[in-house]
Design a protein around this ligand. Structure first.
Ligand code: ATP
Length: 475
């Protein structure tokens, strides 16, 4: 007789297997093969129909492959049949409640058929939808038909109908949804609904940050995040331009780093390779970025920044709890530093010629560039990178190891943690990219709102570590 936490099952080929689980893994013992160990966080459903047990999970064929949906099943050994239903309840409790996650989430799904290389619809239908349905999630799917469609849907979303919004697109659609939420009649409640991206755009910075670099473009890993991710609070940024306030969640770029994004829209067919092509073109042109940068910094010395980041990363991960009715009942936080405010205390001006200014949060802005290696999702600060107009050689050197954050150590790269900053252009022509979307090349100001947004995360923090904690040796 098997123990209470073990079921014996006979598969179609007549081979006997055993199913059991620990606090962290499902273990499938097979007659002639090695025991299969699946992390419980990857178990998405189990059921018992007639005398058959089915367990569904995501697994990798080998350690470098992407996740795939797997069903392990078989006829339950007669003696064990009375145990099956309790066994399933216990497994599902551990796989879901054990993570503080409820089963069968109600998901609003927004799909941009035109993002990136135009594969969102087929990837959703072939890979994402089967996983979400296997996990018994209820899906309310909308294919966006035009720009600002997602904004309109988010603005009027019936909040109590959904546990999360799944965004099958690049960063651009996330930007629209957050701005729609900000204009919702209950903005704080709306911004408390977690977003879960599925990477099918050309810029998928948010997916890189949440899923980690190995899984950044794995839509199955993204589906798992929608099912099993936990709400993680994230800072959002007010972006104010010509008296209009919008919200940014990822980045604001001006100068070379904006040109390489906005200026390469026609190369969309290349996927994210277009950003590398744009970067090289920018280095060849080497056009100065004609702006004044003013910042309200809290820290700018690299060793101190690293020390604080290490302390924060070493702290236990705090799980976000459900926000109370009171916490989400008000309106948006007021602006502290609008451009007319007289608060000049602690502001500094960056006074060297600039090649670009890149500010934002989340280590990755794309899979090839860890631009903000010291970013934390909810430190209430924005990471501001000011790149001096140093030399083409330096910029080319920055490409080597850019995906690991090596540009952080470039001599001409200044890194600030700030509460706010302002950009004043001195020419009429140029590109400004907010979360990858084009905005007018005009004066703007950005300030941080701690923990205003909500994302789903399997890790409770950004997934990838910054490991280059010392400057590389000069050759
Ligand atoms: N059906 C549609 N037709 C055209 N544009 C759309 C449609 N749906 C959404 N958009 C626009 O697509 C842009 C966002 O695209 P998305 O987030 O999927 O990709 P991205 O990686 O940001 O950029 P890219 O579009 O370069 O792939 C937004 O500007 C949004 O308004």
């Amino acid at each position: 007789m098997a123990s209470h936490d073990e079921l014996r099952v006979v598969n179609d080929a007549g081979k006997l297997s055993s199913f059991r689980f620990t606090d962290t893994s499902l273990l499938i013992g097979r007659e002639t093969k090695k025991t299969l160990e699946v992390p419980l966080k990857q178990v998405i459903w189990a059921e018992h129909a007639k005398d058959t047990l089915e367990v569904h999970f995501l697994a990798r064929k080998n350690k470098n492959s992407s996740l795939g949906l797997v069903k392990a099943s078989g006829r339950v050994y007669q003696d064990d049949d009375p145990l099956v239903d309790t066994w399933i309840v216990n497994l599902m409790d551990k796989a879901y409640d054990g993570r503080g996650v409820k089963q069968s989430r109600r998901l609003k799904v927004l799909i941009n058929p035109h993002g990136g290389q135009g594969k969102a619809v087929s990837l959703f239908r072939k890979k994402v939808e089967p996983i979400l349905l296997t996990a018994h999630c209820s899906l309310d799917v909308t294919y966006t038909t035009h720009s600002k469609h997602a904004f309109d849907i988010a603005k009027d979303l019936s909040l109590s109908d959904y546990d999360a919004v799944v965004v099958v697109s690049g960063d651009g659609l996330v930007h629209e949804i957050l701005n729609g939420f900000a204009e919702h009649t209950h903005p704080l409640k709306a911004l408390n609904i977690p977003l879960s991206p599925v990477p099918t755009g050309s810029g998928n910075g948010l997916s890189c940050n949440l899923l980690g670099i190995q899984d950044a473009f794995d839509v199955s890993a993204a589906a798992l995040n929608a099912i099993k991710g936990r709400p993680m609070k994230t800072d959002l940024f007010s972006f104010t331009q010509s008296g209009t306030r919008r919200f940014s969640f990822l980045s604001q770029a001006i100068g070379l780093m904006a040109d390489l994004d906005i200026g390469t829209e026609h190369l969309r067919w290349m996927g994210d390779t277009r950003f590398i092509v744009g970067f090289l073109r920018g280095v060849v042109r080497y056009t100065p970025c004609p702006v004044t940068l003013s910042i309200k910094p809290v820290e700018s010395e690299k060793p101190k920044l690293i020390e604080k980041w290490q302390e924060a990363r070493a702290a236990p991960i705090s799980l976000s709890t459900d926000a109370s009715e009171e916490e989400t009942s008000g309106g948006l936080p007021p602006l502290k530093f609008d451009s007319k405010s007289q608060d000049n205390d602690g502001w500094i001006k960056f006074d060297k010629p600039l090649l670009y200014v890149y500010a934002g949060q989340g280590p990755y802005v794309g899979r090839d560039l860890m631009q903000f290696p010291l970013s934390l999702p909810d430190d209430g600060l924005i990471d501001v990178v000011a790149q001096e107009l140093s030399s083409r050689g330096d910029m080319l050197k920055a490409m080597d190891g850019a995906e690991k954050g090596s540009p952080f150590w470039l001599p001409g790269q200044h890194y600030y943690k700030a509460q706010a900053y302002r950009i004043t252009p001195h020419s009429k022509k140029g590109c400004l990219s907010i979360d990858g979307e084009a905005y007018p090349f005009e004066e703007y100001q950005v300030e941080v709102h701690p923990k205003l947004g909500t994302l789903l995360s399997m890790h409770g923090r950004y997934a990838t570590e910054f490991k280059l904690l010392k400057p590389p040796r000069q050759s």
